[in-house]
Design a protein around this ligand. Sequence first.
Ligand SMILES: [Zn+2]
Length: 221
Amino acid sequence: MSVLCEVQLKESEQINDHDGIGVDLGITEFAICSHNETFANVNKTVRVKKLEKRLKRQQRKLSRSYEQNKNQKRGEFCAKNRQKQILRVQKLHARLANIRQAYIQYVVSTLVKTKPAYITIEDLNVKGMMKNRYLSKAVAQQNFYAFKEWLMAKCKKHGIELRQADGWYPSSKLCSCCGHKKVKLSLSERTFTCDSCHTALDRDFNAALNLKYAKQYTVLM
Ligand SMILES: [Zn+2]
């Protein structure tokens, strides 16, 4: 006698051991994953924006005190106040750094918790985003390198394969449904529409899916 039965898995169990995750990193959103999870950009939250504003103000105050010192020598009083101001600025820097670091750790642990067979990220070096002076600050604030380091450490700990797609891999230009490659895709096009099979997907989600199915990659961990 043989019995055949179908077992419906719970949603949390559906990402099984054979499945991997593709992660597309960005600026509008910190990360978009192929299992349809999105991590917002922490630098766009009210909390971080407020701190950034406060930091700017305090830095201005500090540089003003240096200028005043050049013109008139008021001696010890001025120096003491400046020391206080330096400390204020340093504290704000530290608070912002802590928030960003904690956020990266949160994203990594959320990804690792789904227990994927592998995680694929893109090659961050090749993008040359830092060279773009309009983007460089936004990119620097995202701490992508710290994210990669932390992800590597956690993948090692949990035995998850960490893959990095090759630099030339056109993750945003390929159709994740049929594999057709688009000739041109401008940055302003937020929706990917395939010319061949007419699939329409969010641009970054499509890229995340392509990363998941990437065949050319380097195993980082
Ligand atoms: Zn297609």
